[in-house]
Design a binder for this molecule. Sequence first.
Ligand code: ADP
Ligand code: ASP
Ligand code: MG
Length: 458
Amino acid sequence: MRPPLVMKFGGSSVADAPRLANVAGLVRADHEEGRGTLVVLSALGGATDALIKAGKSAARGEEAEALGLFEALLQRHLQTSRDLLGPRLPALVEEALEAARKDILPILRGAALLKELPARSADLIAGRGELLSSALLAAYLDQASPGAAWVDARQVVKTDSRFGQARPDAQAIKAAAAARLLPLLGEGQIVVTQGYIGSDPYQTPTTLGRGGSDYSASLLGAAVEAQEIQIWTDVEGVLTGDPRVVPEARPVEVLGYDEAAELAAFGAKVLHPATILPAVELGIPVTVRNSLLPQGRFTTISKEGTRGRAVTALASRGPITVLSIRSPGMLGGSGFLARIFEVFGRLGVSVDLVSTSEVTVSVTVDEGAPLEALRKELSTFSEVRVEEDRAVVALVGDALRRTPGIAGRALASLGNINVEMISLGASEINLSLVVGRAVAPEAQRLLHEAFFSKEARP
Ligand code: ADP
Ligand code: ASP
Ligand code: MG
């Protein structure tokens, strides 16, 4: 069997009927006889946000609002379907719409009544967009030859029961893919499935977290040992900075796996942070392409992608919180770090950056960390200062650590912006600077100017 191709399309690529038709065109253009194509689809742009909003309204007891949002979303799919497929709905689409009503309406009503939405029900609602969009695309592709098969990703992407942020079980996914995907892909078929969703060992639907369709694509790509995992989005690959902040950011042609993983972890929204891991293990190249400019530039992420660059690209993530933990009594003592990290571990808080001095340890944690509980526990043996509303701006490059003067140039370029914490990541390819959230965009612009403008030294 020829290794299949995985093509993932994000919400921006499937916002309406013309874009869905465009996606179908891209799938057909890349589909080769005798080689299976696995299409991993996100929800129509904005659909997941609308579903989550409906769930939250219901949990506040606002039934009419919740049902209204859901009904509008169904109407949007109905209209998109008619625009794409004509007035008669194919059975696949009809059934998907019917199932959405049957599954979701009682949950929204029940949640509104109880003013509570359990995490498992929230996942069931949030993941519905992918089931609908994929039915539309599969039905459209199936109108011509070769057709397309629709597969329910919940039967393949097996996860644990951490609703909202479920962790995949790679072995179970491999087994399910062998049973449900490989026979179709082996015949050279086009198979359409969903990103973002899966199910736990009790068959209860789960989601992989926001933006998780990229992760689905790489999990499935690894499971079917794909030739390539293509992430189709609305920009020409991974850019040197966030284009919403730095309009002159330009595509990076090749990236190493480590660089891409680091950029994603530090906020480059174009890739879900976990996307790279499954691909690395099998050495499958991941490409990031623009569905609106398919002949344009794109990024290839692979083992061979490192180029000895000091700074390959920038990324930024926020808001984050800095906790500075000081214990003068610990001067020269031992076990301080162990005590601190024991608290973080026990409260299940993941620590991001760490910087230490003799008596103070600063760490950063994500928004949503239980700050009061942390402060209370840490205060039993130290003084704690909590600074919220910060952001991290990261410079990533595989030769960063080997290139002298990068930190100096970075700090010099920031002028009056106060850098509150610096961490030259243990990964050796990341220099992270913590600044106030409000000035993070400006910091990224200044760094981009310093490292990527025409005048900048390479
Ligand atoms: P999709 O719907 O295709 O998953 P996303 O919105 O999740 O698309 O990701 C693409 C967006 O990521 C881009 O439109 C861009 O605004 C943002 N982005 C942030 N940082 C970067 C970067 N370094 N390179 C490319 N895009 C980036
Ligand atoms: N539709 C989901 C979201 O909006 C997953 C994704 O697009 O990757 O988060
Ligand atoms: Mg995305």
